[in-house]
Design a protein around this ligand. Structure first.
Ligand SMILES: *Cc1c(COP(=O)(O)O)cnc(C)c1O
Length: 397
């Protein structure tokens, strides 16, 4: 693994301990200082390089996949994948355990595709056996939609067993790997899937502006005419790129230039394995330090992703998240609010241009902030611990 030099933000901005947009390198930002013509051969070559690098990032078995970039944030790309690959008479099974699974289901509702949802609540993982049972009982389901890392809790869902159950039932798997791709391997030689989507501003450490789909070539070829939308038609975008080398409509040129720099830095760091190892080391250091301060994680160690971790808010009446957030921002660190419905929580991202020294600095800042606020104990309320006990019970079952 190559050691990555992490530089402090040069514009006085805080570190973003968030799941994207996130802290990027200076070189990534600098790549946006020149203008590019969308039709120009230089820019077409950049698009081609981005696409080739992303296919290569899939690893073993990736040669039969095509990359289709799509303008917009990650959700546009999820919608593009669902609408392009699920035929109008198809039916999806959406595996939800948080906000992003529910958003995928909402997209399907808006575009008028048939679907059903396995809703596991805030953070319980959908298991392979459950998927197998639903597919067995509902032969109309053609596609399973899975969230790789559900960023709302930070849980890393068991993709391998979901893929196995889906393939065994002869159905097709579509993956929202938005916050995992580039740091968590998804080798097609081991995990059978038709397509995954991710975006420019997550583990590859670019800036926001587009997403991309990696899709099996024969699946994409068969998807002409499926799409519910003109601008989100991934087949049409792909056909245009294959033909002219151009995006169909105005591309986010500066974002693509920054992303290409981010891809080169990803390779220089040592690829997916090294990126994942840095994030996992960040996560381990963060979780250890937060526990030393008296905080508790929502998830047991086995389900913690290297992307983002959820912590319960302390029960101490002197603690209030908005105040805690403002004080940490003043010290140079931006955290992320929680998304759980039952208990109060907050999240700390461990992706982006961060290393152990940044994690140590945020831990010191958190310790000092608790003291400033007069928080004596960071222990969560009993209700949070009961909630977690329920989680551990169900996960074991
Ligand atoms: C970030 C993210 C998305 C996309 O969100 P946008 O706000 O549209 O970029 C989708 N799914 C997951 C799991 C994510 O983490």
């Amino acid at each position: 693994m190559t050691h990555v030099k992490i530089e402090a933000p040069r514009m006085g901005e805080p570190w973003l301990l968030t799941p994207g947009p996130l802290s990027t390198s200076f070189a990534v930002k600098e790549a946006m200082l020149r203008d590019w013509g969308s039709w120009d051969t230089d820019f077409r070559a950049m698009t081609a390089e981005v696409r080739a690098r992303l296919v290569a990032m899939l690893g073993p078995g990736g040669a039969s996949y095509e990359c289709v970039p799509m303008q917009g944030s990650g959700s546009y790309c999820v919608e593009s994948m669902l609408g392009t690959l699920i035929p109008r008479d198809g039916k999806a099974l959406v595996l939800a355990n948080g906000a992003y699974g529910l958003r995928a289901a909402r997209s399907l509702a808006v575009m008028g595709r048939a679907f059903r949802v396995l809703d596991k609540g805030d953070y319980l993982p959908p298991r392979g056996a459950e998927v197998a049972a639903i597919l067995d009982a509902d032969p109309a389901v053609t596609h399973v939609v899975a969230i790789h890392c559900e960023t709302s809790s930070g849980i890393l869902n068991p993709l391998a067993e979901i893929a196995e159950a889906t393939a065994a039932a002869g159905r097709r798997l579509l993956i929202d790997s938005m916050s995992a791709f580039g740091a968590v391997p998804v080798p097609p030689s081991e995990i059978a899937f038709d397509a995954l989507v991710s975006s420019s501003n997550k583990c590859i450490e670019g800036v926001p502006g587009f997403g991309f789909m990696l899709c099996r070539r024969e699946v994409l070829e068969a998807a002409a005419g499926n799409a519910h939308s003109l601008s989100l038609d991934a087949h049409a975008q792909w056909a245009e790129m294959e033909g002219s080398g151009q995006w169909r409509y105005t591309p986010p040129t500066h974002v693509v230039a920054a992303f290409l720099q981010a891809l080169r830095e990803h390779e220089a760091e040592g690829g997916v394995a090294a990126r994942g190892a840095r994030y996992a080391a960040n996560r381990d250091r963060l979780v250890r330090g937060m526990r030393e301060l008296g905080f508790e994680t929502l998830l047991a160690d086995a389900w913690l992703s290297p992307i983002i971790a959820t912590f319960f808010c302390p029960a101490d009446p002197a603690f209030a998240f908005p105040d805690f957030y403002d004080r940490l921002k003043a010290r140079g660190f931006v955290l992320y609010p929680g998304k759980l419905t039952v208990v109060e929580s907050f999240r700390i991202g461990t992706i982006g241009r961060l290393d152990g020294s940044v994690i140590d600095a945020v831990l010191s800042a958190i310790g000092e902030t608790l003291a400033d606020m007069g928080v004596v104990s960071a222990a969560p309320p009993q209700s949070a611990l009961d909630e977690r006990a329920r989680f551990l019970e169900e996960v074991k079952a």
